[in-house]
Design a protein around this ligand. Structure first.
Ligand code: SF4
Length: 448
C-alpha cells in the first residue's frame, strides 16, 4: 500500500466537474451563450426542476486551511447590498424561465454570517412562488457552529431546510490553533442538539484530515467526540494544500507541520474504521452516512449523484449558481460567476448575468463526464463506444490494472476495494484534457 501511495499521490483534480475549471474554453463566456444553454436544457429535458446554489461569501475570521472563496469582515453592513445583487441576478433567470427549485444549498463563506432578516428577504423572493410546496424539497445549508443561532435554525426550517452541515474540522486544540479555527465540543453539541430538537432530519459534521499538527491520537479523539453526537452524515475531507493558488490563506503554518503521505492516509483509514464500526456506510470518496440517511439510501438505489457541491441524493440536470464565484451547470454548458465580491455586485446590480467564463460541452465531454460520475458514485463505468477514445483510456488505465486496483472486463471498468483510495487517479485516466505525461503540475491538489 505504501508504495502505491507514493506512486499515485500525484496532482489530480477532484472531478466535481468534467472538464475541470482550468480546462474550460469559453473565456469570457457571453451572457446569451449561457442563457441559450439553459433554454436548450429546458427544451431537452422537458421539465423545470432546478437546483440552486447560493454563495454567501462573508466570514468574521480567517481559517488558515480554507480553500473557499470568502471575504473576511466583521462589518455586517455588507449584507444588504449583497442580497440586493443576489436578487437582481435571480430576477434575470425568473424573468425568462419558469423554474421550480427542488434542491437548494446555501454555502460560503459563512451563510449564517447573514441575519435571518436578510435571509428571509432573499428566500422570500426566490422561493415566494413555491410557498406551500416546500415539503419534498432538498434544502440544506452550511452552519458555522459558532455563528448559527436559534433564529437561523428556526427561520431556515420554516423555509423547508431539513439538512444542515456543521464545519468541525478537528476538535484537537493544537490543530485548531494551527488553522486558526476555534470551536469547542460543547458549542457543537449545543447547536447540534438544537437542530435536532427543531426537526432537522439530516445533520452532517464536516471533518478534515491531513491538517497541520494533526496526529492520530488527537484525530481519534475528534472522531470519538463526533460519534458521541452521532450525526446522520459525516464528510471526511482531505486537506488540499495549494498555497500557490490560495495565497496567504494557507500560509499560517509550515509545510513541516503537515502529516506526510502515509500519516495522512493512515488518518483517513483509522477514521474510516471507526465510522464503519459505529454503523456508518461509506459513500464515495469522502462521505459516511447512517443507513437511514438519504445519502445511504441513494447509494443503495444507485441514484447517488455528484456536482460542484460534492455528493447529492438526486441528479438535477440544471444547476443555477448565484453569488460571487458560483458555478452553474446547464448540462450542455458550465459557467462561473465573477469571484471578486465588489465586481460581482456591480455586474448583478447593472442587470447582467455576472459570468466571466464557461465551457460548452462537446459530445465527448458529455460522455467522459458520465464515466467520471459513474466511477465516483458507483465505482464502475462502461468504456465509451468510440474505439479511438477507448484505446486512449485503456492505455492510461494499464498501470492501475497491473497494480491490482481496477478490473477491466466486458467493456466495463470496475474499481476494486484496494483501488477505492485511488478513484481520482482512475478518473484521471479518462480525462482527455490533462497532460498525462505531466505529474508535477501545480494546478491541482494531490490525489490521496
Ligand atoms: S472555513 Fe468556513 S468559516 Fe473558515 S474562512 Fe473558510 S469559509 Fe470562512
Amino acid at each position: 500500500m505504501n508504495t502505491l501511495i507514493e506512486k499515485y499521490n500525484i496532482p489530480c483534480p477532484r472531478y466535481t466537474s468534467y472538464p475541470t475549471v482550468p480546462n474550460w474554453k469559453q473565456i469570457p463566456m457571453g451572457e446569451e451563450e449561457w442563457l441559450q444553454s439553459v433554454r436548450q436544457n429546458l427544451a431537452h429535458f422537458k421539465q423545470n426542476k432546478t437546483a440552486v446554489y447560493i454563495h454567501l461569501p462573508f466570514c468574521e475570521s480567517m481559517c488558515t486551511f480554507c480553500g473557499c472563496h470568502k471575504r473576511i469582515t466583521k462589518n455586517h453592513g455588507v449584507e444588504g447590498g449583497y442580497v440586493d445583487a443576489l436578487l437582481n441576478e435571480w430576477q434575470i433567470y425568473s424573468d425568462q424561465f419558469l423554474l421550480h427549485i427542488d434542491d437548494l444549498h446555501l454555502g460560503g463563506g459563512t451563510p449564517t454570517f447573514f441575519s435571518m432578516e436578510q435571509l428571509d428577504r432573499l428566500l422570500g423572493k426566490i422561493l415566494g412562488k413555491q410557498k406551500g410546496q416546500l415539503d419534498d424539497c432538498n434544502f440544506s445549508f452550511e452552519g458555522h457552529p459558532n455563528h448559527t443561532k436559534k433564529e437561523h435554525l428556526e427561520g431556515l426550517y420554516k423555509w423547508g431546510f431539513r439538512r444542515v452541515s456543521f464545519g468541525i474540522q478537528d476538535y484537537d486544540q493544537t490543530v485548531q490553533k494551527a488553522i486558526h479555527r476555534f470551536q469547542s465540543f460543547e458549542q457543537v453539541q449545543q447547536v447540534h442538539e438544537l437542530a435536532k430538537k427543531i426537526g432537522y432530519k439530516s445533520i452532517s459534521h464536516d471533518l478534515v484530515y491531513g491538517l497541520p499538527k494533526q496526529n492520530w491520537q488527537g484525530f481519534k479523539r475528534s472522531i470519538e467526540l463526533t460519534l458521541q453526537l452521532r450525526p446522520d452524515r459525516v464528510s471526511l475531507y482531505s486537506y488540499a494544500h495549494v498555497p500557490w493558488i490560495k495565497g496567504n490563506g494557507q500560509r499560517g503554518f509550515d509545510e513541516s507541520d503537515l502529516p506526510d503521505n502515509h500519516e495522512k492516509r493512515a488518518l483517513y483509514e483509522g477514521a474510516r474504521e471507526l465510522f464503519l464500526d459505529a454503523g456508518y456506510i461509506e459513500i464515495g470518496m469522502d462521505h459516511f452516512a447512517l443507513p437511514h440517511d438519504d445519502l445511504a439510501i441513494a447509494l443503495k438505489n444507485k441514484s447517488l449523484h455528484r456536482n460542484f457541491m460534492g455528493y447529492t441524493v438526486q441528479e438535477n440536470n440544471l444547476l443555477i449558481g448565484l453569488g460571487a464565484s458560483s458555478i452553474s451547470d446547464s448540462y450542455f454548458a458550465f459557467a462561473q460567476n465573477e469571484k471578486k465580491v465588489e465586481t460581482y455586485q456591480e455586474l448583478a446590480l447593472q442587470g447582467q448575468v455576472p459570468i466571466v467564463k464557461g465551457h460548452l460541452l462537446s459530445a465527448q465531454d458529455q460522455q467522459i463526464r458520465r464515466n467520471i460520475l459513474d466511477l465516483m458514485c458507483q465505482y464502475e463505468s462502461e468504456l465509451p463506444s468510440d474505439p479511438e477514445l477507448t484505446a486512449n483510456i485503456r492505455k492510461q488505465l494499464e498501470e492501475l490494472k497491473e497494480d491490482g486496483l481496477i478490473l477491466i472486463e466486458d467493456g466495463k471498468v470496475r474499481v476494486l476495494e484496494e483501488g477505492e483510495a485511488f478513484v481520482r487517479n482512475v478518473c484521471r485516466a479518462f480525462d482527455q484534457y490533462i497532460d498525462h505525461s505531466q505529474i508535477d503540475n501545480q494546478t491541482y491538489s494531490k490525489a490521496i
